[in-house]
Write a protein that binds this ligand. Sequence first.
Ligand code: ASP
Length: 427
Amino acid sequence: MKNPWSDPARIFLALVLGVFVGALVPATAGLGTLTTGAVFSFVGDLFLRLLQMVVVPLVATSIVTSVARLGRDHAFARLGAKTAGYYVLTTILASLVALVIFNLVQPGKVDAEVSAQLRAGVPGSVEEVREGLDGKSTGDLADVIRRAVPVNILGAASDNREMLAVIFFALLFGFFSGRLPDGKREAFLNFWESANEVMLAITHAVMRVAPFGIFALIARNVQESGSAALGPLALFFACVAGGLLFHMFVTLAVLMRTLGGFRPWPHYRAMLPALLTAFSTASSSATLPVTMECVEKNAGVSPRVAGFTLPLGSTVNMDGTALYECAVVLFIAQLYGVSLDWTQQLLVVVLALLTSIGVAGIPAASLVAIVIILQALGLPIEAIAIVMATDRILDMMRTTVNVFGDTTAAVVIAASEGEKIYPRDAA
Ligand code: ASP
């Protein structure tokens, strides 16, 4: 039966209402300590916690069942290669979009006065910026790899930030469970498949309250950020937003059409609940349960493909994040009057690719990656504070693109595996 509460229209309505209520009702309105701000925070938090609660068991059971089945029909290597190839391709394309836009428009090339004004507003010391970014991600590439191999899987699973470690272990676990001897394998896999179904059912139940959670998150966000003047950052904002929209509606649409061979537009509508959840939570990881539900239920992708591509994608494939990283670095360089030659810009793209794999799917995670790139180029890392005013809304937008990128991988790969997904039928 169709669940009326997960209907994209209702979620969208909740989002729009959230914007209006957040703009009209001040956070302090209410009775005593029972303010609207407190209520919205509480409800939004509960929704986020429900989503996060589902993530680890959902990732573990989907990867184990999917890989165990894949390993048996020797499709594992093929699917793995396709998925990795698609993820790298889309991330590089997204970074190139940022490069083209920021080289053409040059939003950071402002007159000396505006530049000084922006830089003067940089609050806090280098240490403060670093401290604020602590724990959001990785130090460097070696660290990404090191942390993907957990010393203690239960320890890693107890921290939603160590998803790469959970994924790595689940991949191994699934692969070797597929190789159990015949008698043992079926019973074992039946257990994992049932556990996976239970997790999907819990996700479905959480989706019933999604409109309330999304309403509260957005209303609280709007109350907090108010209508801060963007001023000289407006052009930077427009360039990033334009790049994200281009990647989402042009690049990915072309890839769906050419690589997947289906009409892309129905896919946008079908993914709406996941996109709106990504937008309001600014976290790919927290959105994962909804993403899986949309891709399996609305697009008809098999659990075998969805269970492999999506959990992996939610941590390693971040097109929006890579685009944003390049954009910020180029913007800051322009603001400081540093011109980056093409080899340096190539370095930015490579670092954006690597760090977007390493950053966690949580709010504001890319800031630490930007610090890494700024350091690599010798630019002042405290300059990142300049883009803080726009970071929250751009985080919501880039997370939406991150999640959408993952869903396109799932449908394109499902189509290439000969699965009958909806848009293909409609084409
Ligand atoms: N918030 C983003 C995500 O979860 C990561 C980032 O770019 O900060 O996908």
